[in-house]
Design a protein around this ligand. Sequence first.
Ligand code: SG6
Ligand code: ZN
Length: 263
Amino acid sequence: NLSACSSKLAFMHPMWQEPLAIPGGDRQSPIDIVVRKSVFDPQLRPLKVQYDPRTCQQIWNNGYSFLVEYDDTTDKSTVKGGPLEDQFRLCQFHFHWGENNAWGSEHSIDRRLFPAELHLVHWNSDKYSLFEEAVIEENGLAVIAVFLKIGKRHEGLQKLVDALPAVRHKDSLVEFTKFDPACLLPENIDDYWTYAGSLTTPPLTEAVTWIVMKRHIEVSHDQLAVFRSLLFTSAEEQVQRSMVNNFRVQQAVKGRTVRSSFT
Ligand code: SG6
Ligand code: ZN
């Protein structure tokens, strides 16, 4: 009973540790955001996030990251506003992180990387009826990205960190309920950058409106250490590999404009 969002794409992941043939598109992600080249857009509205913790279902180690999956059969957990014309439904969130605190994020700000990056993945439920449909469409997905920095322990994240040992190996899945993803958002969600991009793993479709939060959240070194104790490998494999450095290399901006909601 996996939620629609992640399970159907899982079969595409096994090759991902190999160098990948990129579709050669013009709007691939992630990118470096050059602050002085970003353009303030006064038309960008505040982001309207409405999450219902009761839609939280499970955590799944898919061999590349761990996904916290949400029931996306109704419009209970959604985002709209900001750069978005439609309403988008939350289906999962996941993180990317490094083997140490010097790198790990997918996006960077003026070349500066962060130790980890949260992605809240939503699909356009005004235009499409399933994630699988939305993932191949130009305006199909909206992903909110939040940078993580090392600092004080994050109380909200701890409930998730406590559950992670149960999904140490690839393909393990554990029930996980009542988690409010809003607790992982930074203080001011009205300040963000936005640009047209892609998924950062196969199928790499150019379906994503990226919304990158200006403010970061803080987590402790110990909390991130638990992320790093997860494994890319399943219990059956002889040689276990730590789940670290699960980010894609940065892609060319290719004439795209990154807009900012703030000056
Ligand atoms: C993660 O990112 C997830 C995977 C996939 C991928 O690694 O493990 O589920 O997510 C929506 C989707 O296919 C791409 O999402 S991302 O572009 O936000 N990084
Ligand atoms: Zn991601």
